[in-house]
Design a protein around this ligand. Sequence first.
Ligand SMILES: Cc1cc2nc3c(=O)[nH]c(=O)nc-3n(C[C@H](O)[C@H](O)[C@H](O)COP(=O)(O)O)c2cc1C
Length: 152
Amino acid sequence: MTANDDLLSVLYTSTARSPFGDDELAELLTRSRASNERHELTGMLLYRGGRFVQVLEGPAERVRDLLAVIATDERHTAMRVLIEQPIERREFADWTMGYQPIAVTTAPAPAGFRDTFDDLEQSGDPSATLRAARELSLWFRVRERRAQSDAR
Ligand SMILES: Cc1cc2nc3c(=O)[nH]c(=O)nc-3n(C[C@H](O)[C@H](O)[C@H](O)COP(=O)(O)O)c2cc1C
């Protein structure tokens, strides 16, 4: 195991060059999960209405290396790092890349949950952005659980 004394968390937003279909997203996720697991990287990816929000966390150097690769990925553009901060513990320790496609037509999120990230970039306050990201991840964990129980 890598020492956990230099964990870094980065949150960025970006815009798909052209809308991602389910197959394209599935392929991106399959590859990312396998690679992230090998590199001890965790995080989450949200995609909605042509926009991505990704949190990546892990050993600082590996996070930075991957970000440099992702930044040159031609499938998206306008990448903006909104948060980059050292962390004590992983927020997404159990995920090599949690993902939930959020249908635009879906019913509004219940009170207390955020279901959009359109305003994230407008907020100049990193802690507000982090809070928003946490709310988002919580919301899609709930949805994931619901989808799993629906499938049963
Ligand atoms: C929005 C977005 C998020 C991505 N996230 C990851 C990721 O978490 N891990 C990863 O390995 N690649 C990720 N990629 C893919 C990388 O940009 C790059 O294509 C990949 O690392 C190259 O892997 P390969 O050399 O195995 O093809 C992402 C790409 C995009 C557009």
